[in-house]
Design a protein around this ligand. Structure first.
Ligand SMILES: *Cc1c(COP(=O)(O)O)cnc(C)c1O
Length: 391
């Protein structure tokens, strides 16, 4: 039995099967490349569902920050504070809309914090939440309540007061909001839903509608931040800002970290005793996240993502591939909609040494590191074009 087969068998034996049979056992990563236990090399445009960070695997600056912090202080509990928490929060608020930061570990948890803040801020009698068809906000009972469709099956009843509207359709949002509505949750680009990009008018209209109706607007930036779409935060493409935003996945530079950011007006809603997370913002993860954000600043990775993303999308469109219906995206967050199911192509790409991501049944999603060498980016896109043309 190969090393990889052994590891896969042991995984089946000891780990819960909620992810289905694992496809590979990974042992090492560097930059845009990752290796499995049998030594096969892959170009990684999958980014661990976006959680792998924006700087690829084991970026020296992030590794160094983690090592230094591991030798200094790992955990102190949130009666206390430490420099990594402060530095990272300062960076997030400086590049976003000011306000204040709450730390936790996952996107679902950040959305739970947002849910609680929204209910508290909206006040007595307002508890309903509007979210969108084809959205994804997480798997915990609160965030799952916002996430419609197959994810909820078998777990009902959901939280009361969940109302769905259609992404891109302001009238449906206006109809969904009533006097009991506390907030609207929206992804500034729907990720799992198929890399769906709303118009400026829709996002600005949402802002206006929420203001008029006294409802908080939450942007779920869990896939889109930081810098992946060509701006620090994706809401910045639309000339508006939310009241609350949630970030996870890449925000920790590859370490498990998430934040909920509340705008100045709502920054003190979650007062003493109203919420908590024991390991939230622990110095190890905050040091990793802070190093990733500093790297984006130093290397202007937001701008790099914008330029490289345009180039990749143009190359894909110019290739005029018959099975490709549409190429869409912002920065290095790119969806390729096919006229057929995308899973077989995802598997074929893996065999050819290219990891990509899926979204819905007919969309392929590309999320290479923002630091990727151009020749590796071109090589990956070349492999994909070959495969698509052979369909
Ligand atoms: C992945 C995702 C989540 C859930 O994040 P977890 O860290 O898996 O809990 C929430 N919202 C969006 C938009 C996501 O893509």
């Amino acid at each position: 039995m190969s090393k990889q087969a052994e590891m896969l068998a042991a995984t089946e034996k000891f780990l819960v099967g909620n992810y289905g049979p694992r496809m590979r056992a990974m042992v090492r990563g560097q930059g845009a490349r990752i290796w499995d236990a049998d030594g096969k090399e892959y170009l990684d445009f999958f980014a661990g569902f976006g959680g792998g960070g924006v700087a690829g695997h084991c970026h020296p600056k992030i590794v160094q920050a983690i090592q230094a912090q591991a030798e200094t202080l790992l955990c102190h509990g949130n009666f206390f504070t430490s420099q990594p928490q402060i530095d990272m929060a300062e960076r997030i608020t400086a590049h976003g809309f000011g306000g204040k930061v709450f730390y936790c570990h996952s996107g679902a948890e950040a959305n739970e914090a947002a849910l609680k803040l929204v209910r508290l801020a909206a006040g007595e009698g307002r508890y309903k939440i509007v979210s969108f068809n084809h959205c994804f906000h997480g798997r915990t009972m609160g965030s799952l309540s916002l996430t419609p469709g197959k994810y909820q099956q078998g777990f009902e009843p959901m939280l009361p007061g969940n109302v769905k509207a259609d992404y891109g359709d302001l009238d449906s949002v206006a109809a969904a909001i009533d006097d009991e509505t506390a907030g609207v949750f929206v992804e500034p680009i729907q990720g799992e839903g198929g890399v769906n990009i709303p118009t400026v008018e829709f996002m600005q209209g949402l802002r206006k509608l929420c203001d008029e109706r006294g409802v908080l607007l939450v942007c779920d930036e869990v896939w889109t931040a930081p810098a992946r779409t060509g701006k620090w935060f994706a809401y910045q493409h639309y000339g508006m800002a939310p009241d609350v935003m949630t970030c996870a996945k890449a925000i920790g530079g590859g370490a498990p970290l998430a934040v909920m950011v509340a705008a100045p007006k709502y920054a003190d809603v979650l007062g003493p005793g109203k919420h908590g997370c024991t390991m939230g913002g622990n110095p190890l993860c905050a040091a990793a996240g802070n190093a990733a954000l500093k790297l984006i600043e130093d290397e202007k990775l937001d701008q790099r993502a914008a330029v490289l993303g345009e180039r990749v999308m143009q190359t894909l469109r110019d290739a005029k591939i018959p099975c490709v219906k549409e190429v869409r995206g912002r920065g290095l967050f790119i969806g390729i909609e096919l006229d057929r199911e995308s899973k077989p192509l995802f598997l074929a790409a893996m065999d050819r040494g290219l990891l990509i991501c899926l979204a819905q049944t007919h969309v392929l999603r590309l999320a290479p590191p923002l630091t990727i060498e151009e020749k590796l980016l071109d090589r990956g896109v070349g492999i994909l074009i070959d495969l698509l043309k052979a369909q």
